[in-house]
Design a protein around this ligand. Sequence first.
Ligand SMILES: [Zn+2]
Length: 152
Amino acid sequence: MPHNIRTILERLNSSEYRVTWQRWAIIKEIVLNKDRQLSAEDVYNLIKQDYPEIGLATIYRTLDLLTDLGMLQRVSFGDGKTRYGLADGGSQYQNHLICVRCGAVEAFDEAFLRSLEEAVGEANQFQVIDHEVKFFGVCKACQKEAPARQRS
Ligand SMILES: [Zn+2]
């Protein structure tokens, strides 16, 4: 089921929680960036220009609330930061490229990994329901930056 803002707002409305404009602003940012996972700080940086009244504490509370309601899931990349992604968009984007320089996290989908999942499951008589792959390295933007720094 593809997630959109309306589904989330409807679910929030049918819970005991109200859709406040703060929650709306935060949800909107998560949905607009659904291809990557955002930390609370990422959300804060994205919305502070339009919504300077929303503090980091509110964002943390909202992200936790939406996670408790099953709309978001927490994702950890081992860098001590908790990021959040849409809960049922998750299994499609469990493969990530993580830049060790700037911390950018990019999701990728590779059909080969699905074949691998099947092969590994069969070989080990293991019923695979999902997989998660992380590649650590240097992103395209950072690759461009490095030679410039050396020249100066
Ligand atoms: Zn980078």
